[in-house]
Design a protein around this ligand. Structure first.
Ligand code: AG3
Length: 289
């Protein structure tokens, strides 16, 4: 393979030059490819869809980890569903105030191969004593565990293949049931311009389960087609409207160095363009509490 063409969309996509093919195989769950590209570094592809690259992964992982944890302000128990490359775990574990992190990943081969070929993603986070990694289906785990969490992060693939269950009403309901009061769920919901139906479906399902829900956004170069939206769901409406002052205070106290996240970006990310609002069935951004 000298070039990789992403197959997510029928009539539009992105092409990478494969400068070095590092690994290609079928795991029990999905087709996995890791290659090197001069512009993006190492690239992980699952079932023909780019999951993460060394160059731009920080945007996605910082926004899915720091926004909920800093908005919450007192997160001790964090659950990561999916995220086998380990970068979400790396960002979550930067919060010294988090006491326990459980990661549930369905595909153990993704974990092993990413530790081997994408070591900068996890950057040692799997060795953190606060971390427990379970190989399980995320929905099954949530429906059977007795644990509760302050923050749940769904770091999934698209709703095709093994990731599909992580976009179901049952999954959102199971997350809701396992959140402590004041807890928050964040989810990966694809590129709004290219995947409006997926987004609209997620909005309806989150709305059916949580008192307060919205989406927030970031542009990630290798999730092509415009801004990606992240789901935000909680029963505590105040979390979404947290002011700059407390965020600044928490962010500084955390001592975390970021490359994308800052409190202004955090707040601004919840301001959605009108076509996205229309897709999720809202009239306005509800940016004032
Ligand atoms: N999971 C999100 C991949 C989304 C790709 N989809 C897309 N472009 N619509 C990434 C896992 C990183 N830890």
């Amino acid at each position: 393979m000298r070039e990789f063409v992403e197959t997510l969309y029928d009539s539009y996509g992105q092409l990478f030059r494969v400068d070095e093919m590092l690994f290609e195989d079928k795991t029990g769950h999905q087709h996995l490819v890791i290659f090197h590209n001069a512009a993006f570094g190492r690239v992980l592809v699952l079932d023909g869809i780019v999951q993460t690259t060394e160059r731009d992964e920080f945007i996605y992982h910082e926004m899915l980890a720091h926004v909920p944890i800093l908005a919450h302000g007192n997160a001790r128990d964090v659950l990561i569903v999916g995220g086998g490359d380990g970068a979400m775990l790396r960002e979550v574990s930067r919060h010294r105030s988090v006491e326990r992190i459980i990661q549930v990943e369905i595909d153990d081969r993704v974990l092993d191969l990413c530790r081997r070929f994408l070591p900068r993603h996890s950057a040692g986070a799997f060795d953190d004593s606060r971390v427990t990694v379970l190989i399980d289906d995320g929905l099954h785990f949530l429906q059977t565990t007795e644990r509760r969490f302050d923050v749940i992060i769904s770091d999934s693939t698209d709703p095709i293949g093994p990731g599909e269950a992580l976009f179901s009403r049952e999954f959102y309901a199971a997350c809701h049931a396992r959140l402590n009061s004041g807890g928050v769920l964040v989810t990966q919901n694809g590129v709004a311009f290219m995947q409006p139906e997926e987004l609209a479906t997620a909005a309806r399902r989150l709305a059916a389960v949580f008192d307060d829900w919205h989406f927030y956004a970031a542009a990630i170069p290798t999730y092509v087609g415009g801004i990606m939206t992240f789901g935000w769901a909680t029963d505590d409406a105040g979390l979404r409207h947290i002011g700059l002052a407390p965020l600044d205070e928490r962010f500084i106290a955390s001592g975390i160095e970021t490359r994308y996240y800052n409190p202004e970006v955090h707040r601004a990310a919840f301001a959605l363009p009108r076509h996205v609002l229309r897709t999720i069935g809202k009239q306005h951004n509800e940016s004032r509490p």
